[in-house]
Design a protein around this ligand. Structure first.
Ligand SMILES: Cc1ncc(COP(=O)(O)O)c(C=O)c1O
Length: 412
């Protein structure tokens, strides 16, 4: 049930005679890239002009709102925006982020000590790991997991303990409590991500309140990846971890414009919350980067200030796609829950495909049905037996994908 992830991998030694091995020790702690096989097959098929319906990556396929693009164009013409910016983000952007958090999540934030603008959430997370974790530290991560939640700590030199997500909030809370009681030295950090990628699991405030209690009881910190915090459906509203009293004393939340505003390649996110953790992040970022292109930061102000309606419209688009895909998969016999947030369906393979495994199923799906889905095993052992399907094509293409899957796997 409990797994310590720390296994070295062997790298080919391609160095010239007498030279030391070029790969650092750290590289040996990273596993081979699991999606490589699927990606290279996809690229090969595309080169042969085969129409592939790619539902693999959570890469938004709709455009950034025009208002934001226009602001970028305008701001990029201005000479002072072409110089180095500020590593932690310009004042006006951080001020707007504070207003945004207050408006959407009822969380008051001090723009100077409790907000840092980052180059997307992956950068925020990775550098935060480097700033607060190192050899001898242990991190708890629920499994299945979004890969960087494991490899961020691993690259930082920490030990990772994966905890089964369990079938309920109570299960997960119990596993965390048990882990803290059993492990010595005690875990230092818990990584959370709700709405969750890949499982689409969502939580309510009460769950976070229990986490805050556990954190204070066992003395661990929390990093909450809130990438899908505003991609929510129906009447569900995702709570911010920081909305719980006491959370700011022990936690940082990471938010991104990538999903909410279709700004994936703009690379603009925020780390917010505990001021001590954030000052460490700010310090390390000061060594590594000069901040985000200032024109993007200025366009980001428009996103946070003026695009609530566009954000809602985009979430509604995902909700419609979710309905189409959910209905289609249920018809085919996939046991799949209707998610309340995020960009994915997390579908258990029907019984007859369980022995095939998720990687083999996904490869066949690509080769024979020309549809890319992500094998659950890519998100850790806890993901085996599932595939993750991203809502990044329009409804017609999703229906087409379902027809092609049906033809290949469910022929009478
Ligand atoms: C849970 C989660 N965190 C972070 C990211 C990356 O976000 P960003 O573009 O802000 O780096 C993703 C992207 O798929 C994600 O699913």
């Amino acid at each position: 049930m409990i797994k310590i992830q720390n296994s070295p991998q062997s790298f080919s030694d391609d160095e010239p005679d007498g030279f030391p091995e070029i790969a650092s020790d750290r590289m040996h702690r990273l596993p081979p890239y699991l999606f490589k096989k699927i990606n290279s097959e996809k690229n090969r098929m595309r080169r042969e002009n085969i129409d592939i319906i790619d539902l693999g990556m959570g890469n938004p396929n709709d455009p950034t709102p025009q208002l934001i693009v226009d602001k970028l164009k305008q701001a990029s013409e201005i000479k002072r925006n072409q110089r180095y910016s500020v590593s932690v983000g310009i004042d006006n952007l951080r001020r707007e982020a504070a207003k945004f958090y207050a408006r959407h999540f009822e969380v008051p934030l001090d723009q100077d000590s409790e907000i840092i603008a980052t180059i997307g959430s992956k950068e925020a997370f990775s550098h935060l790991c480097l700033a607060v974790l190192g050899p001898g530290d242990t991190v708890m991560v629920p499994s299945p997991f979004f890969p960087i939640h494991i490899y961020g700590p691993v690259i930082a030199g920490a030990q990772v303990v994966s905890i089964p997500m369990g079938s309920s909030d109570a299960d997960l809370l119990e596993h965390i409590d048990m882990m803290c009681t059993q492990l010595f030295p005690k875990p230092k950090v818990l990584i959370l991500n709700f709405p969750h990628n890949p499982t689409a699991k969502t939580v309510e405030k009460e769950f976070f309140a229990e986490i805050v209690k556990l954190a204070h009881k066992h003395r661990f910190y929390v990093i909450h990846d809130f990438a899908y915090g505003l991609t929510t459906f129906d009447s569900y509203r995702a709570p911010s971890f920081l909305s719980i009293p006491g959370a700011k004393e022990i936690g940082v939340e990471i938010f991104t414009t990538s999903k909410a505003f279709n700004m994936a390649e703009w690379r603009l996110g925020f780390a917010v919350g505990n001021s001590t953790m954030l000052s460490l992040l700010g310090e390390i970022k000061g060594y590594y980067d000069y901040g985000i292109f200032q024109a993007i930061q200025i366009a980001g102000i428009i996103a946070l200030r003026e695009c609530d309606a566009e954000m809602k419209k985009q979430a509604d688009i995902y909700a419609l796609r979710r309905d189409v895909l959910h209905a289609g998969l249920c018809n085919l016999g996939f046991p799949v829950k209707k998610p309340l947030a995020g960009m994915f369906l997390w579908a258990k393979l029907p019984d007859q495909f369980q022995t095939m495994g998720s990687l083999e199923f996904s490869m066949r799906c690509l080769k024979d049905a020309h549809v890319v889905v992500t094998p659950g095993i890519g998100f850790g052992d806890g993901g085996e037996g599932y595939v993750r399907i991203a809502l990044v094509e329009n409804e017609d293409r999703l229906k087409q994908a379902l027809r092609q899957i049906k033809q290949v796997f469910f022929k009478e």
